[in-house]
Design a protein. Structure first.
Length: 345
């Protein structure tokens, strides 16, 4: 059996309460595949001060270890840094904890090897400092997400100087403190014109899109039936919402509506949405046709949040299409509560 590292984590946490923590990632690479490709969801970090085109003496690979795998990084160049990366969604005001277990590569050192968690300008790094005898060590960092920041990154890596060799055995990321709950209210622009104010609670519970909307659907599937759900539902809070649940990485779908507009005017779309319990809004977007899409924000524990997208109508256009849909690969499950489209003064 592959050695468990949870006991080490518990010992390191000491008296800290884990009751409120929500695990976002827990990976010991038991199902990773040996080779040069980082495990799914992770990235390979590489930084260099070498002149362009100069080869670097570095190596990174996934290797068999006990009944699973470990990731080995061999950096024998004082002008480079290599390591493992992972990116995830963050909620402003929430506190996140990253716990990582590693060891030294036999005959090498872990000088300048860091375990780091970064969220906007808030970041913390601790040295690995693994003993030369190859014993595993567990390091932990905690960071609060600052206002306005919704993405975070974890890195287990070597920095410049030295020639470290290190092994990554496990990574765990948790949210240990929730973001403060702030009621969301749509504030209409003073002097603006409301073109659409859609509260889905007025519709009856039914599969498919409500009257006045059409369904956008795209698929890369060659066979089989996609696992998707769209329609007005009554959620666990007893409120009627529009559900967009895409459980298929090869499909994209969602409602859209065509509306008359005035060329040259600036529009603002506001979407109130929440994620289904245990799911995410990653991959769900709001988009004006011919404009860049805007990702729909969602918070944890099904709390409602606001996404705002603005767009200036081309001078000669008189019709606009507003989409809310899922893209390929990420599989979002979101509840759309309200959509407001305004013509700004």
């Amino acid at each position: 059996m592959k050695k468990s590292w949870l006991a080490a984590v518990a010992a390191l946490a000491g008296a800290m309460s884990l009751g409120a923590a929500e695990v976002l990632l827990e990976e010991d690479f038991a199902f990773a595949s040996p080779g040069k490709t980082m495990p799914k969801g992770f990235t390979y970090f590489y930084g260099s001060k070498l002149p362009k085109g100069t080869p670097a003496k570095v190596n990174a690979e996934v290797r068999k270890y006990q009944d699973g795998c470990e990731i080995v990084f061999d950096d024998q160049c004082g002008q480079t840094g290599i390591g493992l990366g992972y990116h995830f969604d963050a909620e402003p005001g929430a506190v996140y904890r990253a716990t990582a277990t590693g060891a030294v590569l036999p005959g090498r050192n872990t000088k300048n090897v860091q375990v780091q968690l970064a969220i906007g300008k808030n970041r913390k790094a601790v040295p690995l400092n693994a003993p030369a005898d190859g014993s595993e060590v567990t390091r932990q960092v905690e960071v609060e997400a600052p206002a306005g920041v919704t993405t975070a990154s974890f890195h287990f890596y070597s920095v410049y100087d030295g020639d470290p060799g290190f092994i990554v055995r496990s990574v765990k990321i948790e949210r240990i403190k929730d973001a403060p709950e702030i009621p969301v209210e749509v504030k209409l622009a003073e002097g603006g014109k409301v073109l659409l104010d859609e509260d889905f609670s007025k519709y009856e519970v039914k599969d498919g899109v409500p009257a006045g909307y059409k369904l956008f659907y795209s698929s890369k599937m060659k066979e089989g039936k996609p696992d998707v759900k769209v329609g007005v539902i009554q959620n666990k809070a007893g409120k009627k919402v529009f559900l967009l649940e895409d459980n298929c990485a090869k499909t994209g779908l969602g409602p859209y509506i065509d509306l008359p507009v005035t060329g040259g005017k600036k529009l603002r779309a506001t979407v109130l949405a929440s994620a289904l319990p245990g799911r995410t809004g990653a991959g769900a977007v709001v988009q004006f046709n011919m404009a860049k899409s805007k990702r729909i924000n969602t918070l944890s524990k099904g709390r409602v949040t606001e996404t705002v997208s603005e767009f200036t109508v081309p001078e000669k256009d008189t019709k606009l299409r507003l989409y809310i849909y899922s893209g390929y690969d990420p599989m979002p499950a979101v509840e759309i509560h309200r959509v407001v489209l305004e013509e700004l003064p």
